[in-house]
Design a protein around this ligand. Sequence first.
Ligand SMILES: [Zn+2]
Length: 314
Amino acid sequence: MSFFPRDLAAPAPAPGLSIEWEEANCPLCSGRRWSPLVEAPDVGVAATGLWFAVVQCQDCGMCFTNPRPSAKSIGQFYPTRYAPHQSTNREHGRARRRLFYKRTGGQQVGWHGEGRLLDFGCGGGGFLKTMHSQGWKVTGLDVSAPTVYRVRAETGLPVLVGTLPHTELQPESFDVITMWHSLEHVHAPREILREAHKLLVPGGKLMVGTPNIDSLPFRWFGRNWYGLDLPRHLTHFTPWTLPLMLERTGFRVGAVRLVRHSQWLRYSARLGRSDRRSPYWHRWLTTGPMARLVTWYSYLTHQADCVVATAYKQ
Ligand SMILES: [Zn+2]
């Protein structure tokens, strides 16, 4: 049986790419029975033109990219101009800080600075910089070496190259770990979460933000939904599967909330303009006011396109 989706029947690599493909098991339950969900091309900054498939596990409902480039090959889909690695994006930093404090509920005054915070997948370092200015003792971690060197030079903050586990990070040495749009990029999310669990002090907090594939924008835009970002997104979470994975890796799950992004809706609508199969009315959503209105509707009906979960080390 070929596991390549229809448009990948003959996966001719784009010029200059040498891709090693692998078939994935379900990242949540390790199951091998799945149903096709959607196929979409790489339209991100790499824009290789290759098509990828997202499948859904028949046992637990988790969605994941399958087949996928191996961990060795995936770097080819992150060119140097990949936006999250580009600069210390201040707006991202501020937005994530707002989310961070909102989710702590204002109950734990001690969380406002003074704590040790690890940002896994820190990218351009916007959040690190913001939290450092709030009094946090921050550490960043990212797989992109050029990005890490630049953030170090620009901010002077301790940022490490690599992933988890990392030899320079000691068990029970962080009060908080954040993963802003990074867990969906890794090949083995359960292993990353288990390692994060080891790094936290007892009672320590983990915050994970990812796209929500069980969202109105995904149902409307399908393969043009901005949150798919294939093949860089390997696991496609929902407000149900993200907490399940957190529980199965030893965490106690706290609040799970949805976050709206009207900009994502506009990007999705723009992508759909060049797709002849898109309904005409999607074009209306490229305008700011319409996009904001629909984004609010999706948020109020619990179908917004990002999910943020907080979890605690028992
Ligand atoms: Zn599964």
